[in-house]
Design a protein around this ligand. Structure first.
Ligand code: 5GP
Length: 200
């Protein structure tokens, strides 16, 4: 069985990435990697589903024991990708989605260059600010901080393989699926197919 695709998805917060991914994940072959974090759960978030919510000490222990594929600090908290689940699912042939910020994504690019990197863009920075305000889960001060971080993050989109603008949800979801399908047909991932046709 061939290994699944490692898909790294980044987007500034408030750009609707969660909604796009929720739709994408209705397809059973995708596996969503549940990250570990030291930030407090937001209302409605469930431990083990949205994140593994850890104390700073537990998180640092995970780093020290090599349990994370990557980690980063974002807005004063640790976020990291638990290694084992990702490796197991890829070996089962599942396409694994890492929803991570840009510093972590660049670490994955070094460690796993075969991964595919997708950046989800908001239609504009203004739309992003409005979406954050509408969500109402952060204070005005945190929103300002997130908008200014978002600008810096969008600058990093140049380092990704694909960009998807989340203006219309259905289009964004369809673009995501197309990217994954096209990526699987690239020659670097399909050498076996050519060999088979040539009887090698
Ligand atoms: P939030 O606090 O809004 O859930 O997430 C803040 C940022 O951390 C988002 O950009 C999210 O993609 C990112 N993030 C979530 N999990 C991870 C992770 O495991 N590693 C890294 N590097 N970033 C993550």
């Amino acid at each position: 069985m061939s290994k699944g695709l490692l898909i790294v998805v980044s987007a500034p917060s408030g750009c609707g990435k969660g909604t796009v991914l929720a739709e994408v994940l209705k397809n059973d072959n995708f596996y969503y990697s549940v990250s570990a974090t030291t930030r407090a759960p937001r209302e409605g978030e469930v431990d083990g589903v949205n994140y593994h919510f850890l104390t700073k000490e537990k998180f640092e222990e995970l780093i020290a024991t090599g349990g994370v594929l990557e980690y980063a600090q974002y807005c004063g908290n640790y976020y990291g990708t638990p290694k084992k689940a990702v490796e197991d699912k890829l070996c089962e042939g599942r396409d694994v989605i890492l929803e991570i910020e840009v510093q972590g994504a660049m670490k994955i690019k070094e460690a796993c260059p075969e991964a595919v990197f997708i950046f989800i863009l908001p239609p504009s920075v203004d739309t992003l600010k409005q979406r954050l305000e509408k969500r109402g889960t952060e204070t005005a001060e945190v929103i300002e901080k997130r908008v200014s971080e978002a600008r810096g993050e969008i600058e990093k989109a140049y380092n990704y393989d694909y960009v998807i603008v989340n203006d219309d949800l259905n289009e964004a979801v369809s673009d995501f699926i197309k990217v994954v399908e096209a990526e699987k047909l690239t020659v670097r991932r399909s050498r076996q197919l050519i060999d088979n046709v040539l009887g090698k």
